[in-house]
Design a protein around this ligand. Sequence first.
Ligand code: ADP
Ligand code: MG
Length: 567
Amino acid sequence: MFNRENLRSLLLQLDGRGYKAYKDIRGSYQFSDFKLIIEHIQGDPFAAPSKFIVKIPQAIAQFPDNLYQSSSREVALRDYLTRQFDRVAQEMSSYRGTGKSGLIAIAHTGQEVLERTSAFIDNNEIEIRFLVGLPARGRTILGRQAAQMLCDEIPEIVNRTLKYNSLDANEIQRHVETNEDADWVRQKLKEKGLVAFIANSSILPRRSGIDLRPLLENVVAFQSPKSLEVEFNCPNRGIIKGLGIPTGIILIVGGGYHGKSTLLQALELGVYNHIFGDGREFVITNPAAVKIRAEDGRSVAGVDISPFINQLPQGRSTTQFSTENASGSTSQAANIIEALEVGAELLLVDEDTAATNFMIRDRRMQQLIAKDKEPITPFIDKVRQLYNDYGVSTILVMGGSGDYFDVADTVIAMENFYPLDVTEKAKLIAKENTSDRISEGGEEFGKITPRIPLSETIDPSRGRRAVKLKVRDIDEVAFGTEEIDLVAVEQIVDPAQLRAIAEAIVYAKAMYMDDKQIISAILAQVMADIQAKGLDILTEFPQGDLALFRHFEFAAALNRLRALKVK
Ligand code: ADP
Ligand code: MG
């Protein structure tokens, strides 16, 4: 095998030649401490950067195995290594010519700790996948700069970030322990009868809509009311106390600007773990929690929304409701049914993003518009049945209507960013001031009808390419010739998740969509495959830019495919 000096002289020889000559450096090189594998070479300096892999033996890296023994710890350590590599790569990376020349980059990480394909560790070795923008001026190879990047800078990054002795042992320990404790709390929620937990002294608000780090100034740390306080005895940090949100129907009320939506947003993302220092490390939510909102304009494919909507004008079916352009209420109904179809256990709803006519219908409106003239059965008349029949809880932010007092089990008021338990008070008010509404929901929630996706309607091809996928941030996937709009799917936190989801749809079609299996069964098999064999099964070649996703967001992407047809 070639070594570092062979690579250096090869690159120096390429200096001044046309960009295509870079293809000659594909292959493996044995450096003194690690192996460098050049997997894929970009076609030109503007194309997607070249794909590199570093493999460093544990004999040299020397990470103690207790840092990756459990799967919680392993995911955290892999995340940690990615962050370290990212930090030093950013420092090294510089503009060195045309296009992406000079770039050294690994998957970008945010506040969440996700399982990613950028870093792997086992008893044998560490594997890191990253990108390099091979340098050129115009289309002329800059061989000396390339030699500096590949033969000097990459070894320095490896030295500083992939050897245990060059890292902060305490920080690593804290990173893996925090992740393990968070997983542990999440796993214990059910046996305590909770859907979520928010530790005292958590910091919920973010700096801004585009800066998701914790707010620093004038911030009120979270403090549970005594009546709802619970504690967990975590394996690493020991006892931790905070607000335990019980199963059932939970109402979050309070004046405008008192922190209701901030609380709900933290709960939405509590299905993921967060890095130490995020402020939401111990905001832990049932992993089957799904944010529900109105999303007018979305397409819907054959969803049975009849628990909520019946007798639409012009006799449109609501047991197999399809549309290219859903309204606020029908989109919200479809979002709920689709979440239930794939096993949601907790719905999160914020009045800010809900359709009012879907949420409430008060006494006066009931008198003016008779039930047989209103297709919508409002959520207020179904939320209890949903819990009774299917065990699905709902957390609802609702500052604008007290009608929900009648159906709530727990009412939490946000006051100056502090949660108060006002359940008793709300119940008393409900008793003394009856809403006089007529309940319109019937005895039962209604059937949830599973759907079978028709394989031929899912087409990732574009032009001559059988599969063409492209992800734009966390909001959109170009899937073949179609754009899937995921702006309203708020629990996708990373473009790498969306990339994996797009690949997973292609994988699901190839492996399991036989026009017989229902959506939930297909998703379960794909998730089981990923669990057993890793995200690499989704792609032909190893990629460093995939991150694990939940099957709920996978379903959300599938359901928003405009071409989708079901039976
Ligand atoms: P609501 O939904 O009740 O109207 P929001 O949750 O939107 O209120 O919060 C209003 C503002 O207060 C936001 O700018 C948010 O960042 C900020 N905020 C929320 N919680 C806190 C807190 N604990 N400490 C300081 N500021 C907060
Ligand atoms: Mg709000």
